[in-house]
Design a protein around this ligand. Structure first.
Ligand SMILES: *[C@@H]1O[C@H](CO)[C@@H](O)[C@H](O)[C@H]1NC(C)=O
Length: 137
């Protein structure tokens, strides 16, 4: 292979790598999921919204999950808050995603488990589920 052809093919490889990286950034890059682990067939009602987006009232069956994707805004103010309820808890509000709280804790995958004792969140750095919120708090 001639030197000029080699330079060209290297440049092409670099260009392809660069363009695949930028396409990742332009897509939705955070996924939040909320899984119902209440047990005994208990339904969870869930209503999540941000300042601009209302995800609507959802019925999440025991063992199922509800999730959505988005790109945090460049100002670092993205916030999704949810109201939820089940048999024993009429209304509980919590932040399912707060950029300030989560941009290090769960970079791209923010998972929650809703259980009878409270809410567990997955810490993306440690890979551990952490007990985050008690129903009485
Ligand atoms: C859970 O929700 C489904 C779908 O709305 C409903 O058919 C079912 O009866 C509910 N189960 C309970 C235990 O309320």
């Amino acid at each position: 292979m001639q030197a000029s052809a080699l330079v060209f093919s290297n440049a092409l490889v670099i260009l392809l790598i660069f363009s695949s990286c930028t396409s990742v950034h332009s897509d939705d890059n955070v996924h939040v999921s909320i899984k119902n682990r209440l047990g005994n067939g208990k339904n969870l009602t869930l209503h999540c919204q941000s300042k601009d987006t209302d995800l609507g009232e959802q019925n999440v069956a025991d063992g199922s999950e509800y999730g959505w994707d988005f790109t945090p805004n460049v100002w670092g103010t993205t916030l999704y808050y949810c109201g939820m309820g089940w048999e024993e808890v009429q209304q509980y509000n919590y932040d399912a995603y707060s950029f300030q709280r989560d941009f290090v804790r769960c970079v791209s995958q923010c998972s929650w488990l809703i259980s009878a004792e409270g809410i567990y969140g997955l810490n993306g750095n440690t890979g551990f589920w952490e007990f985050a919120y008690n129903w009485s708090s």
